[in-house]
Structure formats: structure tokens, C-alpha cells
Design a protein around this ligand. Structure first.
Ligand SMILES: Cc1ncc(COP(=O)(O)O)c(C=O)c1O
Length: 431
């Protein structure tokens, strides 16, 4: 990283991390940067390098870091106590806000992470349907549970619907409980649903899978297939919830599932996630409603935590204001248009994939419609991300999260950095 300063303090922390953390990190992103703070659409590291931030904490900081109104609301609650286990006003208000906003949400159960939300959503579907199998899509991210880690990022291709576990330590038997289909391929899903209709409890899908928008009719087709064949449709809206629209992907694409999962944005930067859905399915969290045998045990020490709920409520209040989504989408469109122009001018074959609120480029000249077509040239991708980091842009491996807090200056700076990175990649390819 020739442009990046590296201080003794940061090098010391990286060394300590290598000593005490497996792989030298928290398991999320490359470890050579230690973040010291963030404000608005920027973060800075311990060595004093500043970045325009498209990592956004992997999505939660949609309105920007340390938003003064969120900070004030959290500070007020901090002095009143930080967790109670029992019901609290802010958690109840947040649940009511979710019910008002999200089309499928009649009842809400809070947990602390998206992984947990997905685990319980699938379990609720199995409890409701009294069947064990779940259909998911290759490349679909539904957290770290045994079911979720089937064919999330398979390194080799197998025939559908056979799942490939992405992790050691998953019982072999789970492979028999998960069917995998290609995203955006309704025909394959329809034939699997017909073949396994007596065993399938649900289809779980990211309505926009990672970066890949659904083809017209795909989500509508899933809705009809699941309803016609008597199984549930789960939307994993951990990323898309309150991001693509206030009502999430189900509002944005106009298809309402039976259950959804939410996370990231609704916790305002604190650990909070939720399962939300039809009252008769959510009734399985209530022993009084469904009885001992159909009851789903679910308890969490920090569920509905008041600090997270206050931060989430304030974040949603800010998102609900006139023009918040217009601004997020205008930022995203300016980046996407600029990126397409830069790639075309440089003659580099890559596609910009996604929606304005989150997108990335894929180094390919094919249409990107599913996991396999989204792979592209991974080396070029890594090189591009590294060059961007040197140029002061922080992002995840394969996603730009766009923020309400990104300024016109941030966008201009990003486009300049991207133009330099792409020029370098074009030079390397020509050499
Ligand atoms: C679509 C989706 N579902 C679930 C999760 C898991 O959420 P968490 O990291 O809060 O466990 C993620 C995390 O990025 C996600 O992108």
C-alpha cells in the first residue's frame, strides 16, 4: 500500500491481533487496517488514514457513522440502564414500527444477529409446516447456522439440488434437509417444488441475492409456487430491509412473503435483528397460542435491548423523513453511472450489478443472474479493491453499501479513485 501510512501503534495492534485472534482478526475483512473511528460517510484508521466508507459496518450504518441524533438518543438511554431482559418501551415501539412498515410483519420476535433471525425463521417454518426440508439458492446468504451454510459459497459446482457445506463441523445429515437451486431460475425451482412438495417446509431467498436483482416475475413466481403447493416463503431482508425502501424489498419489488428476517439497519449499529411475519406462523413463539408440542423455545439475553432499540428507532425516524431514500438512491445512481462510464472509456469488460442502495462491479462480459455468473474475474476484483483502499476507499470484498451521509464530495473522490484503479487494471492487462 504505497499511499497508506502505517503507524507503530497500528502495527502493534495488528501484531497483538495475530497473537490472540484466530487468523489475526474478527473473521470479517482483511486485518491490516485497524479502524479508530467514523463520522458520516467516512472512517479513519489508527494510523490516521481516512477512507470514504462503503463498508458501513457491513450495512448497518445506512445513515452514516455517529449520526448526532442517534448518539444523543443512545446517550440519554445509556444513563437509564443498558439491558433488562424484561420488556422495555423502546423495544416495544420498535416492534410496532416494524409492523407498520413491513408488509408481511404482523408480529415480531427480536434476536441479536441476522444469523439467529434466519435460523429461527427456518425453524418457525418447519414448526408450522411440520416438515423438515428447506429450499435455498446457491450463493444465498442466510447466516452461519448449519442450514444457512449450505452452498453459500461453493468452490466447485455440483448438480442441483445437492447442497455443498461451506464449513467443517456441520452434521452430514443436514445435507438431506436442504435443496439448492439457481437464483432467478423459476423452472428449476418449480420442478423441485413439485418433486418435494410433501417434504418442503419453505423456500428461503434473499429477494435481491447479494448484488443480483431478481428477474421480472421471479419473486412473483416463488410467491405463487409456494402458495399453490402449501409451503412458506421466507425473505431474508437482513440486508434489504429498510434499505431498498422503508418497507424493504417486499415493498420495493411488490411481493409479500410469509415471514422475513431483518437486521443491520434496524439496530442502528448495535446488535439487534428480528423475525417478522404472519401471526399464525409467529404464534409458534407463543406457548399459550400453540401449546406445548408446537411451541418453539426461543430466549436471548439481549433480545430487544433498549440501547439497540433506541438507536434503531432513531435511525428509522431519520430514514422516514422526506427525501432520505431519494438522497441514498441519488448517491448510488451517481456512482453507478460514473462507474459504467469509466469502465466503458477504459475498455475494461465489467458489469455494474445491483440496485442504487447497494451494488458492485463484476469483472465479466456475461449477464449476471445467479451465483455462478456473478463470480467474474476474482483476481481483478481483489486487485481493484486493493487499489481502491490505497486510494482512500473502504469497501467489502463484493459490495458497496451506499449511505445517506455520503456527500457530493465523497462521490467525486470515489469516482476519481475508481478511474485510477481501473486505468491501472487496464495497464496491467495490456502488459
Ligand atoms: C442476507 C443476510 N442474511 C443474514 C446475515 C447474517 O447476519 P449477521 O451477520 O447479523 O449474523 C447477513 C450478514 O451479512 C446477510 O447479508
Amino acid at each position: 500500500m504505497p499511499n497508506r501510512k502505517s503507524s507503530d501503534a497500528e502495527r502493534g495492534l495488528v501484531e497483538t491481533a495475530r497473537r490472540v485472534l484466530p487468523g489475526g482478526g474478527f473473521g470479517n475483512v482483511p486485518h491490516e487496517i485497524v479502524i479508530a473511528g467514523g463520522r458520516g460517510g467516512r472512517v479513519w484508521d489508527v494510523s490516521g488514514n481516512e477512507y470514504v466508507d462503503y463498508l458501513l459496518g457491513s450495512g448497518p450504518m445506512l445513515i452514516g457513522h455517529a449520526h448526532p441524533e442517534v448518539v444523543a438518543a443512545v446517550e440519554e438511554q445509556l444513563a437509564k440502564g443498558t439491558t433488562f431482559f424484561a420488556n422495555n418501551e423502546h423495544g416495544i415501539r420498535l416492534a410496532a414500527e416494524i409492523v407498520d412498515a413491513v408488509p408481511c410483519a404482523e408480529k415480531v420476535r427480536f434476536v441479536s444477529s441476522g444469523s439467529e433471525a434466519d435460523l429461527y425463521a427456518m425453524r418457525a417454518a418447519r414448526a408450522y409446516m411440520k416438515r423438515d426440508k428447506i429450499l435455498k439458492f446457491e450463493g444465498g446468504y442466510h447466516g452461519m447456522s448449519d442450514y444457512g451454510l449450505m452452498s453459500l459459497a461453493p468452490r466447485q459446482s455440483t448438480n442441483f439440488p445437492r447442497p455443498i457445506p461451506d464449513s467443517a463441523g456441520i452434521p452430514r445429515s443436514i445435507r438431506d434437509e436442504v435443496l439448492v437451486a439457481p437464483f432467478n431460475d423459476l423452472e428449476t425451482v418449480a420442478s423441485l417444488v413439485r418433486e418435494h412438495r410433501q417434504e418442503l417446509a419453505a423456500i428461503i431467498v434473499e429477494p435481491m441475492q447479494r448484488l443480483i436483482p431478481p428477474k421480472p416475475g421471479f419473486l412473483e413466481g416463488l410467491r405463487k409456487l409456494t402458495a399453490d403447493n402449501g409451503m412458506l416463503l421466507i425473505f431474508d431482508e437482513v440486508v434489504t430491509g429498510f434499505r431498498l425502501a422503508y418497507g424493504g424489498a417486499q415493498e420495493y419489488y411488490g411481493v409479500v412473503p410469509d415471514i422475513c428476517t431483518l437486521g443491520k439497519t434496524i439496530g442502528g449499529g448495535f446488535p439487534l435483528a428480528a423475525i417478522a411475519g404472519r401471526a399464525d406462523v409467529m404464534a409458534h413463539f407463543d406457548k399459550g397460542a400453540v401449546g406445548e408440542d408446537a411451541f418453539m423455545m426461543q430466549v436471548g439475553t439481549l433480545s430487544g435491548n433498549p440501547i439497540a432499540a433506541v438507536a434503531g428507532l432513531k435511525t428509522l425516524e431519520i430514514l422516514k423523513r422526506a427525501e432520505s431514500y431519494d438522497r441514498i438512491f441519488a448517491n448510488g445512481r451517481a456512482l453507478i453511472d460514473g462507474y459504467e462510464r469509466i469502465l466503458q472509456d477504459a475498455g475494461v469488460k465489467a458489469r455494474v450489478v445491483g440496485e442504487p442502495a447497494l451494488f458492485d462491479i463484476v469483472f465479466t462480459d456475461r449477464d449476471v443472474i445467479d451465483y455462478r455468473s456473478a463470480m467474474g474475474d476474482q483476481d481483478a476484483m481483489k486487485r481493484c479493491n486493493g487499489l481502491l483502499r490505497e486510494g482512500g476507499i473502504l469497501k467489502g470484498e463484493s459490495k458497496y453499501y451506499v449511505s445517506l451521509a455520503h456527500t457530493d464530495e465523497d462521490i467525486r473522490f470515489t469516482l476519481d479513485a475508481f478511474a485510477s484503479a481501473i486505468a491501472e487494471i487496464a495497464r496491467m492487462r495490456a502488459a
